[in-house]
Design a protein around this ligand. Structure first.
Ligand code: HMG
Ligand code: MG
Length: 305
């Protein structure tokens, strides 16, 4: 099978996961989670968002989270990178103040989703990101891009692959080092994923793309497998399958990191993550949130225990 030798996993549970919890999670619990994820060997952890606390109150304490990461987690994990979402200049100012090395801007391939998520059109969002990227880069912060709704939108339904390719290219041209393709509501299938990637890979190299598959319809791992076979080697995932998007009603969490790691192990693909330590992180946060662990790997281990 034609797949990459190694995969870089971007763990988004502390952000994409916890942003969608009904109740705000304490800073102490967030720090415990991020610390356990770093202990498990994850090197790319999206740990918060510098967005408006009125829009996403769950991420309001991100400044404190990053200050504690710098003091308590980074010294033990010098090669780990902790990133955050920054929708505007205010967000990037907060990121600079907290000493981040990576931030992410997030656009959408659907006008209605863009309005609901960041209160502006797609074009306005790209214009708004320009000074964000410039400011970040001049502070030596690298910038990742996201495009949401790449395989469907909760408000508009079908989304054009040509539009996804155009926005992805614009984000790369603006200075994003890679763009993560978000199936925000998890409606994609291997067929639609392959059609989308075929369109993008016509003009964009595989090493500029990542996939971010929510698992609402149980298709995330299948979509990731197709993406790997098409040469993508960066995959976003959330421990315990945490989360969703506050502006995409009914969307469930990302593919569970434990299930992704299990699949990569079975395929002999390197990733650098210790699955037992990851399981501990997933079980600990699930217990703290008083919910069951959304990973199949965790359920299997529970039934075998
Ligand atoms: P707006 O209301 O148009 O912004 O929101 P504004 O500039 O008019 O400001 C309104 C208020 O927010 C002001 O406060 C600002 O100071 C404050 P007030 O004067 O009323 O007291 N504010 C901020 N505060 C802290 N940090 C900031 C900030 N910016 C403004 N950075 C805005 C526009 C973009 C700010 C808002 O819509 C927003 O924060 N949206 C974030 C939504 C979000 O986080 N969604 C979830 C993440 S995206 C996602 O999950 C998808 C992804 O996972 C990929 C996928 O699955 O597809 C990435
Ligand atoms: Mg997401």
């Amino acid at each position: 099978m034609n797949t990459p030798k190694s995969v870089r996993i971007v763990e988004v549970g502390p952000r994409d996961g916890l942003q969608n919890e009904k109740h705000a999670v304490s800073t102490q619990i967030k720090i415990q989670l991020i610390s356990q994820l770093a202990d498990a060997g994850l090197k790319n952890i999206e740990a918060g968002s510098f967005v408006s606390p009125k829009w996403v109150p769950q991420m309001a304490g991100s400044d404190e989270v990053f200050k504690l990461i710098n003091a308590e987690i980074q010294p033990a994990h010098p090669d780990a990178l902790f990133s955050a979402l920054t929708p505007n200049e205010f967000g990037v100012d907060r990121a600079i103040e907290c000493g981040l090395k990576e931030v992410a801007v997030f656009a959408a391939a659907s006008e209605q989703f863009s309005q609901k998520n960041i209160n502006c059109s797609i074009l306005e969002s790209l214009e708004r990101f320009m000074p964000v990227i410039t400011k970040a880069q001049s502070a030596n912060i690298r910038v990742r891009g996201y495009v949401s709704c790449v395989l469907g939108c909760p408000y508009e339904g079908q989304v054009s692959a040509t539009l996804v390719a155009k926005i992805t290219q614009q984000l790369l041209d603006m200075g994003c080092y890679e763009v993560s393709l978000g199936d925000t509501i998890g409606v994609g299938t291997p067929a639609s994923t392959s059609i989308l990637l075929n369109e993008l890979l016509d003009s964009i190299p595989t090493d500029k793309l990542a996939v971010h598959m929510h698992d609402t319809y149980g298709q995330a791992l299948a979509n990731i497998l197709i993406s790997l076979q098409m040469g993508i080697s960066v995959v976003d995932s959330a421990v315990a399958g945490l989360g969703g998007c506050p502006y995409a009603k009914g969307a469930s969490g990302n593919v569970a990191s434990e299930d992704l790691v299990y699949m990569l192990n079975g395929m002999g693909i390197e990733h650098g993550v210790d699955i037992d330590k990851l399981l501990l992180a997933g079980n600990t946060i699930s217990a703290a949130l008083n919910r069951s662990n959304g990973s199949k790997f965790a359920s299997a281990n529970l039934s075998m225990a």
